[in-house]
Design a protein around this ligand. Sequence first.
Ligand code: 5RP
Length: 262
Amino acid sequence: MPSELSPIDKAKFVAAKQATQYVEDGMKVGLGSGSTAAWLVKCLGEMVEKEGLKIQGIPTSTRTADLAREVGIDVISLDEAKWLDIAIDGADEYDGNLNLIKGGGGSLLQEKIVATASDQMVVIADASKSVETLGSFPLPIEVVPFGWQTTKTLVEETLIGMDVLGRDVSLRMNGDAPFYTDEGNHILDLHLNRIGNARQLSLVINQIPGIVENGLFIDICDVVVIGHGDGRVEIRDINQGTVEEDRIDFVENDNLFADLND
Ligand code: 5RP
């Protein structure tokens, strides 16, 4: 493995590389967002260029769309695709039932729409994303800018009745200004520490006017591919109830790595 890659980057790479095995000619592929998904997009781009792989990619963020085009993937919109064969994306946390927290990069809305419109969702992650109970990672929720402070108060009041260990809510910032999602909304990060009933919380949060969507992915993910820094990968399939192991070996001078850490 290239010596300049950190163990965490190696883990992300091998997870992404392993997940390309789910992608076949002719597929419509949802392309996730974040650093792990960026590895996937690069790997798929290389397969398009060197192996003649023919896919259509449906990106979940403008950043991913830019990268996908850059590496030669045919990019189409979700409305053009209508339904996808597979979505492959990263995650901020996954539990034993493959329920997730996503949205650390602020793309949870498009990611959830794309994953839900796919026959299969495969998550790629390093082992640090594994948790027994969701909630250590702050739960992102997407909120419309109109009256967001009132919505925040409603969220705080709602959390009082929920099975969570923390109740701090913060507006995500981009420097000195509020962060805007690709859909022109803000993100509230909910510092809950532990989410006792993620399914219930997801349903309740989405009832609050002004909330567009939350970052809990419940019963959406089918497979998690977990990468390790030494090249090992573990594949957990919730539908088949299987856990398999594999290993990814790759050559040190692979040009995939040239500019991946930007
Ligand atoms: C973006 C996401 C990402 O998938 C999540 O934040 C993981 O990112 P990374 O692969 O960089 O750790 O949900 O909204």
